[in-house]
Design a protein around this ligand. Structure first.
Ligand code: ZN
Length: 301
């Protein structure tokens, strides 16, 4: 199989699966794409059924206060997407309209709002854990649109995409055991769909020179794993599922205690739903009707 950005992107566009909007990494999806995405997400639901997770949905906007407290700007300022609005008077407005007409910058006329776009599917939930957890901790299930400012021609690198995410909070043992169980589940699920999925120790794209150190540390301590599949490159396979062990980072930040009074720990895992779809289109072709029977019968039983 040949791997490259352009042929995958062109194929997805030509077959109508994605619809360009003029901004790199921002596109529409057609009904066939959405069907595959929902079917896959349904398989994840089946796998998780017996776990008894609490289901929540948060909007794409996150309170800026929570965002700032979470420390995202320390680690990934380059990926953050804030929300601004016009709060000026009539005179400012005339200036705004005229600058837009002239193609000039109007950044100084805009004001930060109280929200940012959520950078990771799990961020909205942590403040709700503040306090003492029930015996055994908690498990949460969410599907959210997330936003990353990394405009790119790579079809797998989107500025907004959906993540099916689970968050486990509790004792260190419970959190690690849960993470390990899902690592195996994720691999088995993706392999059962005919994808050459593998697990890898990974690191986050921390900003700057200090960030390199943080990334090395994260790798050494094996705090982040990814399940990867070659989609646009064989040497650099694409992460379709990511497992993050935060230790007590969010528990310290948001004061989350176990029932026994000790500080809790957290871990999360997320399936990048669009990326899974793209991996399926890459490996089985752009027409799901032509996919191998074994794959079809899993997704459309
Ligand atoms: Zn997360």
């Amino acid at each position: 199989m040949q791997y490259d950005n352009k042929s995958l992107y062109d194929g997805l566009v030509a077959s109508g699966l994605i619809i360009p909007t003029g901004e790199p990494g921002v596109f529409g999806r057609n009904a066939v794409f959405e069907d595959v995405l929902e079917r896959f997400n349904g398989l994840v639901t089946q796998l998780a059924q017996a776990d008894g997770a609490e289901k929540f949905t948060f909007p794409p906007t996150l309170a800026r206060e929570v965002f700032e407290k979470s420390g995202f700007m320390k680690s990934f300022p380059q990926l953050a997407m804030g929300v601004v609005s016009f709060c000026g008077c009539g005179k400012d407005h005339a200036e705004l309209v005229s600058r837009i007409a002239d193609g000039k910058s109007y950044d100084d006329l805009m004001t930060r709002t109280g929200v940012v776009l959520i950078p990771a599917a799990c961020y909205p939930i942590y403040p709700s854990f503040t306090g003492t957890l029930p015996e055994g901790g908690r498990l949460v299930d969410m599907t959210h649109w997330v936003f990353r400012h990394e405009p790119s021609e790579e079809p797998t690198r989107m500025q907004s995409f959906r993540v099916r995410e689970f968050v486990r909070v509790g004792s260190p043992e419970a959190v690690i055991e849960w993470r390990n169980m899902w690592l195996q589940r994720g691999l088995t699920l993706l392999q059962s769909l005919g994808l050459p999925a593998q697990e890898e120790v990974a690191s986050d794209p921390f900003f700057g020179r200090v960030g390199k150190m943080l990334a090395n540390n994260q790798r050494e301590q094996k705090l982040k794993f990814e399940v990867v599949v070659p989609v646009i490159s064989e040497e650099n396979p694409t992460a379709v599922c990511s497992f993050n062990y935060h230790q007590d980072y969010f528990s310290k930040t948001f004061e989350i205690m176990q029932a026994n009074g000790e500080l809790a720990q957290t871990a999360c895992l997320g399936f990048g739903l669009e990326r899974v779809c793209m991996a399926l289109f890459k490996h089985h072709g752009f027409d799901p009707k032509q996919w191998p029977a074994a794959v079809r019968s899993k997704l459309w039983p």
